[in-house]
Design a binder for this molecule. Structure first.
Ligand code: HEM
Ligand SMILES: [Cu+2]
Length: 644
């Protein structure tokens, strides 16, 4: 108990509460002095007098969290001219586990912090999904959609969507933080303090999104389109701000990946000798660095529109001569503009979600097929090509929005173009498997599962990318089925593969293989039922984001099956959690390289020591020459004999 007050996260939460209260009080007092209406107890309806105070409170709360957790301490010291040496290893006077609950500069700790936070958010958002699936199980149910105003149904689908996205971003942060430095033979990230800051800013960000659910909720879905979001209850403001800070985390994290990859590779590791996951993380980081601002901006503009009446997206126009004073605050905007800004990030974002996962697939296949990766350079370049082309397709989400009509066809073509670099990856995967000695351990099962699920996601995209068919499919459950397939194939399955695969490296012990296989055997078929069921109901007329449906559509059975499939997926994930938690103590010791991998990180002990590489690794060959004799990838330089 004595350590609790010294844990960074506890101090951060206290800082949050203090910052929040100061912010709320400050605006309220200012309003009182200006003679404006003041709500000393927060109200959560749209347009409430407390809205300005609540927004300012949230921003100061986040700053309070960052100060409290200690993410800014070194910068403060630096500003007043104090020494700020980087400290390695656990804090001197505290048990080692406390490192995970506070600011720590080691990329391995930060990687695990990201991963676990990501999994926690995944569980939270998954629970929401199970809850609202109960409502959809039968027509006519209304457990969550009763009453007037914003119902729990809308709040929970909106929160499910955005919290899953935050969870994916953190999961990716976990994989790339843990793996990139290890894979290129670096001792840490280029900017360790920035790395810690990037992780910790996501925590209050996620907290705000969760709080949003209890501050009136919001009914816009994860996309937050105005004009609806300009009128939603107060929760929408916390959702916007939360996403803003998670986005900041994503941008800052990407700087580290880019600089580390470019500057800190082991001797001999030219760009085309990098592990393929590093290429994927690099391409992802380019998108994160250059696109994320757009969603932050679009959300911030709605925040401003609500707070100060800046009518960015408010199309009402008034004739100046007839205007009431209150109307000075509105009008002159365009709601379609929001969609352009939003999708300029949010389409490339789907590549942020999947490129690392596709990298994992390419990384694991050669290990478990004992064959060289087919077309290494093509795969590396296809990630870069997807990142580039991904910027040119955003308006395919807007075919029926009323945007300029001539934009439709060019966006249709650019969208279909993405299939080319994605196809390159598929050919390479099949080529790698062809004639291989395939070993079906759990990571490989999830890798193969990922390929099959991602194929479904990819094949169901073109009907949405084509204007004619999208006219019918837009805003139906078909879209929901499509993107669940892409995200499970591109992120969830590869992420789980990665968890099992690097688990021995991170913990030093194996996981339970039998439980891993049961997890897979439950999850893959259940996922097919869920995703294909969603698509089926969509083509039969099920609307997206609607709590009920007409029994005459004949989709009751399908909905029932989707709900049951969701429960099976949830069960299987629980099996994985039990496996990963229990195995850390009970399973057999893994040894340095249980998979006989060629990767750098497998040539050092498990778990990885504090100073990952005792001596500099020297890269002398190609990364994926499995099964070829006399083709080493890396040599460990002999340890220097004592001192300098
Ligand atoms: C060949 C590849 C793909 C094509 C042609 C494609 C096309 C589309 C189109 C046109 C839409 C909008 C549908 C509508 O709202 O009417 C859409 C939605 C979506 N797609 Fe894809 N897609 C592809 C791959 C992907 C991938 C790889 C992901 C990655 C995770 C993805 C994730 C999503 C998501 C999240 C949505 C829903 C966004 C929303 O409205 O909330 N798609 N897709
Ligand atoms: Cu898109």
């Amino acid at each position: 108990m004595r350590v609790l007050p010294s844990l960074g996260i506890i101090r951060g939460l206290v800082g949050f509460v203090i910052g929040w209260a100061v912010g709320y009080g400050f605006v309220s007092v200012a309003r009182a002095m200006l003679g404006l209406e003041v709500a000393w107890i927060p109200q959560t309806t749209a347009g409430a007098a407390s809205e300005g105070a609540m927004v300012f409170a949230a921003i100061l709360g986040v700053i309070g969290f960052m100060v409290g957790v200690g993410a800014l301490t070194d910068w403060f010291k630096w500003a007043v001219g104090q020494e700020t040496p980087i400290q390695h290893g656990p804090p001197e006077d505290q048990p080692a586990w406390t490192r995970y609950f506070g600011v720590d500069y080691s990329h391995k700790i930060i990687g695990i912090q990201y991963t676990i936070t990501g999994i926690l958010l995944l569980l939270f958002a998954g629970t929401l999904a199970i809850l609202f699936r109960f409502e959809l199980m039968n027509p006519g149910l209304s457990e969550f959609s009763q009453g007037s105003g914003t119902s729990w149904y809308y709040t929970s689908i909106s929160a499910h969507g955005i919290i899953m996205i935050a969870s994916i971003l953190l999961g990716i942060g976990g994989m790339s933080n843990y793996l990139v430095p290890l894979m290129i033979g670096a001792s840490d990230m280029a900017f360790p303090r920035l790395n810690a800051f990037a992780f910790w800013i996501a925590v209050p960000g996620a907290l705000l999104v969760v709080l949003a659910m209890f501050l009136g909720g919001w009914d816009t879905g994860w996309t937050g389109y105005p004009p609806l979001s300009a009128q939603s209850p107060l929760g929408v403001q916390y959702f916007f701000l939360g996403v803003f800070f998670v986005g900041m985390s994503s941008i800052l994290g990407s700087i580290n990946i880019l600089v580390t990859t470019l500057r800190m590779r082991a001797p001999g590791m030219s760009l085309f000798r990098m592990p393929i996951f590093v290429w994927a993380a690099f391409a992802t980081a380019i998108i994160q660095l250059t696109a994320t601002q757009l969603i932050g901006l679009s959300f911030l503009m709605v925040v401003m529109q609500r707070l100060f009446g800046m009518g960015f997206f408010d199309p009402r126009v008034a004739v100046i001569a007839d205007m009431l004073p209150s109307q000075l605050w509105e009008g002159g905007g365009n709601p379609i503009l929001f969609q352009h800004l939003f999708w300029f990030y949010s389409h490339p974002a789907v590549y942020i979600f999947i490129l690392p996962g596709l990298g994992i697939i390419s990384e694991l296949l050669p290990v478990f097929a004992r064959k060289p990766l087919f077309g290494y350079k093509w795969i590396a370049m296809s990630s870069m090509a997807i990142a580039l082309v991904g910027f040119l397709v955003w308006a395919h989400h807007m075919f029926v929005s009323g945007m300029s009509y001539y934009l439709r066809v060019p966006f249709m073509y650019s969208t279909l173009l993405v299939a080319v670099p994605t196809g390159v990856k598929f050919f390479s995967w099949v080529g790698t498997l062809w004639g291989g000695k395939i070993i079906l351990k759990t990571p490989m099962l999830f890798t193969l599962g990922a390929i099959s699920v991602f194929l479904i996601g990819g094949l169901t995209g073109p009907p949405l990318g084509m204007v004619t068919t999208d006219m019918n499919l837009h805003d139906t459950y078909y879209v929901v089925g499509h993107f669940h397939a892409t995200m499970f194939g591109g992120f969830v399955f590869p992420f789980f593969a990665a968890l099992y695969y690097w688990y021995p490296k991170a913990t030093g012990r194996m996981y339970n293989e039998r439980l891993g296989q049961i997890h897979f055997a439950l999850m893959l078929p259940a996922f097919y039922v869920m995703s294909l069921g969603q698509m089926w109901t969509g083509t039969m007329g099920m609307r997206r984001r609607i709590a009920d449906y007409d029994p005459a559509l004949g989709i009751d059975t399908a909905h029932m099956m989707v709900t049951i499939a969701g429960l099976v997926i949830a069960t299987s994930v629980c099996i994985m959690l039990v496996n990963l938690i229990v195995s850390a103590r009970r399973e057999r010791v893994a040894g340095a390289n249980p998979w006989r991998s060629r990767g750098l990180e497998w040539q050092i002990p498990s778990p990885v020591p504090e100073q990952s590489y005792a001596t500099t690794p020297i890269v002398v060959g190609e990364p994926y020459d499995y099964g070829l004799a006399d083709s080493p990838y890396v040599m460990m330089a002999p340890a220097l004999s004592g001192g300098d």
